[in-house]
Design a protein around this ligand. Sequence first.
Ligand SMILES: [Zn+2]
Length: 202
Amino acid sequence: MFHADLIERTARFRSSAEDPLRSPSACPTLVLNADFTPLSYYPLSVWPWQTAIKAVFLDRVSIIASYERAVHSPSLDMKIPSVIALKQFVKPSAFPPFTRFNVFLRDRFACQYCGRTEPLTFDHVVPRRLGGRTTWENIVTACAPCNMKKGGRTPAQARMMLHLAPVRPTSWQLQQHGRCYPPNYLHETWRDWLYWDVELEE
Ligand SMILES: [Zn+2]
């Protein structure tokens, strides 16, 4: 499903002929690890063009592809990089940080009680007043109505079943979830680097 979605989105690429008209701020750079895989899927690893050009001059990255759009200054005249690769491999950390965004991503942006996708909040499975802590294992994504309905009760007391018991995810698991949410912006030069890394479906 993600595959079809990605292809559909890539069909909406601007043609490269429009590139020279593109403002530099519309030229984010896709950052690949030294093994040429994207650093992350969601949020996609992109840098502002200024950061990318700075990294080029610091010799930390190789330019893989460029926009037609160039930037000019008295000391600089170069096309904005659209894809760069780090020269040194960055080992992804095994576990992602415990952030609001990552909790949503673990729960696939859906209420863990009813499956609704908005408006989303966070729920302490075991309420704080009963000693529940703010941890991966006790925080779930919940829609506002479920959160309200559950109140200060446990799921058993409220007779509200959790879709999945919350666990601390690995970075790999979050990346897998991230693949389900392609970014809104994809430049044509990014296509190969994202496309070839997508798992094939039977
Ligand atoms: Zn709900």
